[in-house]
Design a protein around this ligand. Structure first.
Ligand SMILES: Nc1ncnc2c1ncn2[C@@H]1O[C@H](COP(=O)(O)OP(=O)(O)OP(=O)(O)O)[C@@H](O)[C@H]1O
Ligand SMILES: [Mg+2]
Length: 234
């Protein structure tokens, strides 16, 4: 579904991503794990069309997208939940969800989608008319995920959804990610929380200073001595 080939990305003279190749197949959860500064967000933003690669290619459902504008990439079925959520302050929860659907015109179907999102995230239903800026961190993460789902993506890109959340919220977010997969959306999950991310992943990749150093199934990576030492505290 998504294929990243020999991707390199620079910020001026600094190379943040080095010859990275990986793929995400339809129906999978693929986790990309790595420490601070490894290049995870850079890869995600490049897939979304927000950064141009210096070399390599990205294709989504057989079409090259690394020269496509972000809005067209979203319209083709790929949606990103950015690091730090970036909900729209000053807008209500409901209005934030509407922003996620701005490319859609099927208003009847949208109504049932709102209902599904409120079913998935009951807290958002309770807070429909509340200013999104006043939500807690975990609630903002749910809103950002709900907003991304409103574009009906085939592939959902998540950038550190567990960041800054209490363990109980982390568990809930990861349960919802699995539910999203079961309902037919493919997921590329970027995380520092290697244990959680690998435990729900079909496959995973480990990124170190811009390079992929390991890959395998979620279970293989969880059992790997290198991953245990570097990411799981022994
Ligand atoms: N706009 C920028 N200009 C210059 N360098 C940047 C820019 N954005 C990121 N970098 C650098 O690129 C490297 C990769 O950053 P990136 O944000 O992709 O890492 P990350 O894996 O997402 O880290 P984190 O887990 O902390 O979010 C870092 O060394 C960072 O300093
Ligand atoms: Mg990041």
């Amino acid at each position: 579904m998504l294929s990243v080939q020999n991707l390199s990305v620079h910020y001026g003279m600094i190379q943040a991503v080095r010859d990275v190749s990986f793929e995400v197949k339809e129906g999978e959860i693929v986790s990309l794990i790595g420490a601070n500064g490894a290049g995870k967000t850079t890869i995600l933003r490049t897939i979304s069309g927000l950064i141009r690669p210096s070399s390599g290619s990205i294709s989504f459902e057989g079409n090259e997208i690394h020269k496509t504008v972000p809005q067209k990439i979203v319209a083709s079925g790929l949606s990103q939940v950015p690091e730090g959520r970036h909900i729209f302050p000053g807008l209500t929860v409901q209005e934030n969800l509407e922003m996620g659907a701005f490319l859609r015109k099927d208003s009847a179907e949208m109504k049932t989608d709102y209902e599904q999102i409120f079913k998935k995230f009951p807290i958002l239903a309770e807070r429909k008319t509340q200013d999104a800026a006043t939500l807690s961190g975990g609630e903002q993460q749910m809103l950002a995920m709900g907003r991304a789902l409103m574009s009906k993506p085939k592939l959902l890109l998540l950038d550190e959804p567990s960041m800054g959340l209490a363990p109980i919220f982390i568990k809930e977010i990861f349960n919802i990610i699995q539910e999203i997969q079961q309902q037919g959306t493919t997921v590329l999950l970027i995380e520092q929380n290697a244990k959680m991310a690998l435990s729900i992943a079909n496959r995973g990749y480990v990124l170190e200073t811009g390079k992929i150093v390991l890959e395998g199934t979620g279970a293989e990576l969880l059992a790997s001595e290198e991953v245990k030492k570097a990411y799981l505290g022994g």
